[in-house]
Design a protein around this ligand. Structure first.
Ligand SMILES: Cc1cc2nc3c(=O)[nH]c(=O)nc-3n(C[C@H](O)[C@H](O)[C@H](O)COP(=O)(O)OP(=O)(O)OC[C@H]3O[C@@H](n4cnc5c(N)ncnc54)[C@H](O)[C@@H]3O)c2cc1C
Length: 409
């Protein structure tokens, strides 16, 4: 039976970072991956471009429960830490105008190739297509069982990811592996997923907007700005998906209020619509919003108003209604898409289960956890990969230190 210093289960960004960091610290490392190849999800991120991080890091970009880990793990809130770490692995990044970091190649797949080459260069033993099925600890050693092999290791790092997108390897792997250890989990739910709404406004429209999410008592829960995609089931796009965590966590009824013309005040919009009316009083009411909104949305909003009106004259009250529809359309939110469409998981192993700096389990010395399996989820914009890479580095570094300090004892 082969013996290792550090065994890592899961070859996503967290596990790859952990394995490489532990190997750089002098450890003999085994990396086990369930799927035929490492880094499958990483290659699919950011629409194939891999939005790995962000120049604007802040605590509020992550779920509140994750705070001890976000603050404890080295570099997660330091804008220079991730680019420097990736550069040390041979990956160069550049930021776009919004501060989102991408590999300079413009392709997420190149990161996977670079990291794979480095695994070889650092002497990491990789077993792909051979996931960890079970582990136990006896006489200070982890005994690891895969489908066709048994290994021993002084430490074990779990980096098995979350439940989002089963087709990219998501599943309840963490719960299965930790079933015997009484580890605390916060209930897992889809995050960064499209929202379902009671009314469908228009299908296939992309529109920049500002949205506010309220509960039934009109308490403001969250805001989101940016591009929304109106679909036949509700609302999608980067901005909408950021609301999914809150929508799923609160059982109460929720609704969204959309401002589709956030750069104009109500007064400015009314003045603009009056101007259009004076330029061409013949334009039909149902088309008049198309000078500020995509035509399909303009028509949908105007038709909903027309149903409530006796006359279709473009009088002042009609203009006020059109303005209100553009600035304050309310939609009931009925839920979110499930795991098949979510990009990340909200919930997972509770932050209190691990040391917030080393990510070592409080229950089982020598066991480390990192990446999305822990209760950390961030907004769109690179925050999840930032966490995955840097938490993997922290776990890999701590596991290598654990091994060298046990050898000294
Ligand atoms: C389509 C899509 C696009 C995304 N785009 C972005 C983006 O642009 N920016 C961003 O920040 N985030 C993005 N994310 C989220 C990001 O990909 C994840 O947060 C990140 O990959 C989590 O890293 P991880 O290493 O913890 O888990 P994963 O990447 O999920 O890796 C876990 C690995 O563990 C393996 N595994 C599971 N069980 C076992 C086992 N028992 N033994 C061995 N191996 C096991 C899995 O097969 C998997 O390869 C995106 C997600 C999706 C689905």
């Amino acid at each position: 039976m082969a013996h290792f210093d550090v065994a890592v289960a899961g070859a996503g960004p967290a596990g790859l970072s952990a394995a490489l960091e532990a190997a750089a610290g002098g450890a003999r490392v085994l990396l086990l991956e369930r799927q035929p190849k490492p880094g499958r999800r990483l290659a699919a991120t950011g629409n194939g471009r891999g939005n790995v991080g962000n120049r604007h890091l802040a605590e509020h970009r992550y779920n509140p429960e994750s705070l001890p880990l976000i603050k404890g793990v080295s570099g997660v809130l330091d804008k220079d830490a991730l680019p420097a770490f990736l550069a040390s692995l041979g990956i160069a990044c550049s930021a776009d105008e919004a501060g989102r970091l991408y590999p300079r190649s413009g392709q997420a797949a190149t990161m996977v190739w670079i990291l794979n080459d480095l695994l070889q260069a650092r002497g990491v033993t990789v077993e792909a297509g051979n996931g960890l099925m079970h582990f136990r600890k006896e006489a200070g050693v982890f005994l690891l069982q895969t489908a066709d092999a048994a290994h021993e290791s002084a430490t074990l790092i779990l980096a098995v990811g979350g439940q989002a997108q089963p087709k990219l390897g998501g599943g309840d792997h963490a719960r299965r592996l930790l079933a015997d250890w009484d580890v605390g989990f916060r209930r897992e739910m889809p995050a960064l997923a499209p929202l379902y709404t009671g009314t469908v406004l228009a299908d296939g429209v992309r529109v920049p907007a500002a949205a506010r999410l309220y509960d039934a008592g009109d308490r403001l829960l969250q805001t989101a700005d940016g591009e929304f995609q109106l679909t036949k089931t509700g609302v999608s796009g980067i901005a909408a998906m950021q609301l999914a965590r809150t929508v799923n966590r609160l059982a109460a009824q929720k609704h969204l209020v959309f401002d589709f013309v956030p750069d104009m005040t109500k007064t400015a919009l009314i003045t603009w619509l009056e101007r259009i009316r004076s330029v061409n009083g013949q334009r039909e009411a149902r088309y008049i919003l198309d000078s500020v909104l995509p035509a399909k949305l303009a028509v949908a909003l105007a038709l909903a108003i027309a149903k409530q009106r006796q006359n279709h004259e473009l009088d002042d009250s009609h203009l006020r209604q059109l303005c209100a529809a553009a600035k304050e359309t309310k939609l009931d939110v009925t839920g979110t898409a499930g795991w098949d469409q979510a990009q990340v998981m909200s919930g997972g192993v509770c932050a209190g289960e691990v040391n917030p700096v080393t990510l070592e389990s409080h229950r089982l010395p020598g066991l480390f956890m990192c990446g999305e399996m822990l209760d950390v989820d961030g907004d769109t914009g690179g925050y999840n990969l930032n966490w995955a890479f840097l938490s993997g580095r922290a776990a890999g570094r701590a596991a290598a230190r654990y091994v060298s300090s046990s050898k000294r004892r």
